[in-house]
Design a protein around this ligand. Structure first.
Ligand code: SF4
Length: 394
C-alpha cells in the first residue's frame, strides 16, 4: 500500500470539481435506484417522511411503514390534525420515538408558520423540529432544486475516499471541512435541475457501491478520479478514531395481567420509548417488589371473596416479595439499539379481574395509563419488542 503525500490531498482537485457531479448524475440515471416510492416523487411531505423514517432504520423495514403512514395521513395538514396517539401507533415498531414526536410537532409548525406548505430552502427547513442540516438539504435539493449537499454517513464515506480526506471525522473541525468540500462538489450553478438526481446519486453510490467494508470500486463510476482507489487505500477511509461505545442495561417490566387486559403506562415524551404505551419499567427486581408493596393496594378490590392475588402475594415482607416475584419472571428478551443493548425481563403479575384503574398511588405518585384489552394490543402504540412478546404470550 502506498502513502498519500500530495499537498492537495483531501481537497477536491480541478478534475473532481469538473467531473464528479456530472458523472454521478449520468450514472444515477442509468444505474441508480428508482424503485423506492420516495424516489419517484418530489412531494416534500413524502420526501421528508421517508428521510425521517430512514434515519437509523433499514429501507426494507421503512417500506411498509411509509405506505401505511401515508394511507392513514396523506398530507402534512392531516398529520398536523391527527391525535398524537394515532401518530405514535403508526410509528410503533420503528424505534427512536422522538422522531415521531418531532414529526408531529413539525407538521403542526408547517401548518401554523408556513400555511401547510414546506418552505423551499434548507435554511428555513432547519428551523423546524426534527429537521437537521442533512434532512433539510435532502428536502431542499430533491424537491426544490437547491444546490446544497446532504451530509450523512454515506456521503462522509464516499467523499472521504474520493478525496483521500485524512481528517478525523470523530471531531467537529474535520467534519466542517469535509462538509464544505461536499458543498463545493455539487452540480454547477446552471444545472440546479439536476440536483435531485445528484443527491440521489450520492445516496445510491454510498448504499450500493462504496460499501463500508468492501467497496466495489470495479463498478464505481468515479473510480478514475478517486484518490483512495488510486492509492489502493479505500479501506483506510473514513478516518474515525472514536467508535460508538454501546452500553447495556437490564430493565424489569411489570406486566399487571388481569386475564383479558394488561395495564400499560402512557410514557412521557422523554427517553427511548417516549410517547408510547409500555409496562412500568424497573432497574431491579427489588425495586419492583417495593413498588408492589406500596401500590399493590390500588389493585386489590374489597370483600373477602374478591381479594386480588396481588394483595395475597405482596402483603408479606420485602425479602419474601422479591423471592416470590422471581417465580413470575419470564425469559429475558435482548433488544439491540445503536448505543445501547437492552435486556428486557418481563414479570407477569396476575391481578383480580375487577382491579380498578391505577391512578394515584399510596406514595402519592400519579400513574397515567390504562388497562388495555388484549385484543387491542396489535393496534397499540407499543415498543416493538414488547408488542412482539405480548402478542406471542397471548
Ligand atoms: Fe468508493 Fe471505490 Fe468508488 Fe472510490 S472508487 S468512491 S473507494 S467505490
Amino acid at each position: 500500500m502506498s502513502t498519500l503525500t500530495s499537498p492537495t490531498q483531501g481537497t477536491p482537485s480541478a478534475r473532481q470539481m469538473a467531473h464528479f457531479a456530472p458523472t454521478l448524475v449520468a450514472w444515477q440515471a442509468e444505474h441508480g435506484r428508482h424503485h423506492l416510492p420516495w424516489q419517484r416523487t418530489q412531494d416534500p411531505y413524502h420526501v421528508w417522511l421517508s428521510e425521517i423514517m430512514l434515519q437509523q432504520t433499514q429501507v426494507s423495514t421503512v417500506l411498509d411503514y411509509f405506505e401505511r403512514f401515508l394511507a392513514a395521513l396523506p398530507s402534512v395538514v392531516a398529520l398536523a390534525a391527527a391525535p398524537q396517539e394515532q401518530v405514535m401507533a403508526l410509528w410503533a415498531g420503528l424505534g427512536y420515538y422522538s422522531r415521531a414526536r418531532n414529526l408531529h410537532r413539525c407538521a403542526q409548525e408547517v401548518v401554523a408558520r408556513f400555511g401547510g406548505e414546506f418552505p423551499p430552502t434548507a435554511a428555513q427547513l432547519e428551523t423546524l423540529p426534527g429537521i437537521g442540516p442533512s434532512t433539510a438539504a435532502a428536502i431542499a435539493s430533491f424537491c426544490f432544486g437547491e444546490r446544497i449537499s446532504i451530509y450523512d454517513g454515506n456521503v462522509k464515506r464516499v467523499l472521504s475516499r474520493l478525496l483521500a480526506f485524512d481528517g478525523d471525522l470523530s471531531g467537529g473541525a474535520a467534519n466542517k471541512l469535509l462538509h464544505a468540500h461536499a458543498q463545493a462538489l455539487v452540480v454547477g450553478s446552471g444545472q440546479a435541475m439536476a440536483m435531485p438526481r445528484y443527491t440521489q446519486g450520492l445516496m445510491d453510490l454510498g448504499a450500493t457501491v462504496c460499501h463500508l467494508k468492501a467497496p466495489n470500486c470495479g463498478r464505481c463510476p468515479v473510480r478514475e478520479m478517486c484518490a483512495a482507489h488510486a492509492a489502493d487505500e479505500a479501506a483506510r477511509y473514513p478516518i474515525k478514531t472514536k467508535r460508538i461505545k454501546r452500553t447495556s442495561e437490564r430493565w424489569y417490566l411489570l406486566l399487571l395481567d388481569k386475564g383479558d387486559a394488561v395495564w400499560l403506562q402512557q410514557r412521557g415524551d422523554a427517553g427511548i420509548w417516549g410517547g408510547l404505551q409500555a409496562p412500568l419499567v424497573f432497574s431491579a427486581l427489588a425495586d419492583m417488589a417495593r413498588w408492589l408493596q406500596l401500590h399493590g393496594g390500588m389493585l386489590a378490590v374489597s370483600g373477602p371473596s374478591q381479594v386480588s392475588p396481588i394483595s395475597q402475594v405482596f402483603g408479606a415482607s420485602p425479602e419474601l416479595q422479591a423471592l416470590q416475584l422471581s417465580d413470575l419472571v419470564q425469559p429475558t428478551i435482548k433488544h439491540q439499539l445503536t448505543h445501547k443493548e437492552l435486556f428486557l425481563t418481563p414479570v407477569v403479575v396476575p391481578v383480580a379481574q375487577a382491579a380498578g384503574p391505577l391512578g394515584v398511588g399510596e406514595a402519592g405518585e400519579q400513574y397515567v395509563g390504562a388497562w388495555v384489552d388484549k385484543s387491542q394490543l396489535a393496534q397499540a402504540a407499543l415498543p416493538a419488542p414488547i408488542k412482539k412478546w405480548l402478542l406471542a404470550a397471548g
